[in-house]
Unconditional design. Structure first.
Length: 358
């Protein structure tokens, strides 16, 4: 538990348990299409939100979440024992990743963002030549991309052979408490539901997305960050200051005051911490790694080509004898292993399960 500000700022903690995925809170993907992409998000609105957030005097006060995730992405980069000469920070924002990447792994970092204060561009339209980058890294930016499969394909094309793609993005269980509270409040007060939290990618889809985009040696993992806030109002204010407000194209322009008050009460009642009265907000983070194909990369061995000593397998198993039968290997369990004849086996007083008869 890390105290960010004892007076006001929430507490940051990592929860290892994963939450069950709910289908209506996630985005589903088909294969990449050559036709027009469905515009889930209003990218112009998102650009305005980010620029407005950057101009707020308290914008750096809410860097706690994005800095934490950028640090974890940079830590994964340091695990790769290689130097990258030319690296792209995709959706860099004010430079969260730049704070944590070091000269040990990167020689030159290009910050690429929708804001005019960086190299101007859009994550959905990369202006980089094919085979021009050694690595593409991204932290908490890709969840606002309409065509995520297309963005991954563009990143792979811009990479040199054996180039690295490394990213962290919000997953489908992000802000599930806020989403549920707003939906229940709207049903109660207005008799219907409107989208207020963006649909996000399910962790189980990310691996196939990387593979379909042409990456090899892919790795996907996930963790969750739980931030405690005084109430729903501080949570929504911080999301606004982060530039993470709702940007769904079909969104409602506002939430009615009585609906928001009902959502605050539901949030507190269902999810609130009884000890201090705070409310938890869960941010699910999906980390992904992929490599552009190259002939020098390690390839999986052909089926049946392995040569392993049967004795080594027996010693490793420690349970009995491994006997080859047909195309496979069968473990022959010795009934006397792990005890005497009267404690296991079916001969003397045993029941075949290693338990004594009474």
């Amino acid at each position: 538990m890390i105290t960010l500000n004892p007076c006001y700022r929430p507490l940051l903690a990592v929860r290892n348990t994963s939450l069950p995925s709910v289908s209506w809170r996630t985005r589903n993907y088909a294969t990449a299409s050559q036709h027009a992409v469905h515009q889930i998000f209003d990218r112009n609105v998102k650009r305005i939100q980010r620029n407005r957030a950057a101009l707020r005097p308290d914008s750096r006060d809410v860097d706690y979440l994005k800095d934490e995730i950028a640090d974890r992405v940079a830590d994964r980069l340091l695990d790769i024992k290689r130097r990258f000469s030319n690296t792209l920070d995709l959706g860099s924002g004010p430079g969260h990743l730049a704070k944590f990447v070091t000269r040990k792994s990167i020689d030159h970092l290009t910050m690429f963002d929708m804001s005019v204060t960086r190299m101007l561009g859009d994550e959905e339209q990369l202006p980089f030549e094919e085979n021009s980058l050694d690595a593409v890294i991204s932290s908490l930016s890709l969840h606002w991309v309409n065509d995520l499969p297309g963005a991954l394909i563009q990143a792979r094309r811009a990479l040199k052979p054996d180039g690295l793609f490394l990213a962290g993005m919000f997953g489908g269980d992000t802000l599930y408490e806020l989403r549920t509270s707003l939906q229940l409040a709207e049903i109660e007060r207005e008799g219907g539901v409107a989208p207020h939290i963006s649909p996000m990618t399910d962790v189980k889809d990310v691996g196939s997305l990387l593979t379909r985009a042409g990456f090899t040696l892919t790795t996907v993992d996930m963790d969750e960050v739980v931030v405690n806030y005084p109430s729903i109002f501080e949570l929504m204010a911080d999301l606004r200051s982060m530039g993470e407000s709702n940007a769904i194209a079909a969104r409602k322009p506002y939430v009615k005051r009585d609906t928001l008050a009902a959502a605050a009460a539901i949030y507190q009642e269902v999810y609130g911490n009884k000890e201090d009265g705070s409310i938890p907000a869960t941010f699910q983070i999906i980390y992904m790694i992929g490599w552009k194909p190259d002939p020098t990369q390690q390839k999986p061995a052909k089926r049946g080509s392995g040569e392993v000593s049967m004795k080594m397998l027996e010693d490793a198993a420690g349970l009995g004898r491994l006997v080859k039968e047909g195309d496979g290997v069968v473990l022959k369990v010795d009934s006397t292993i792990g005890g005497t004849d009267d404690g296991g086996g079916e001969g003397k007083g045993g029941n075949g399960n290693g338990d004594k008869k009474h």
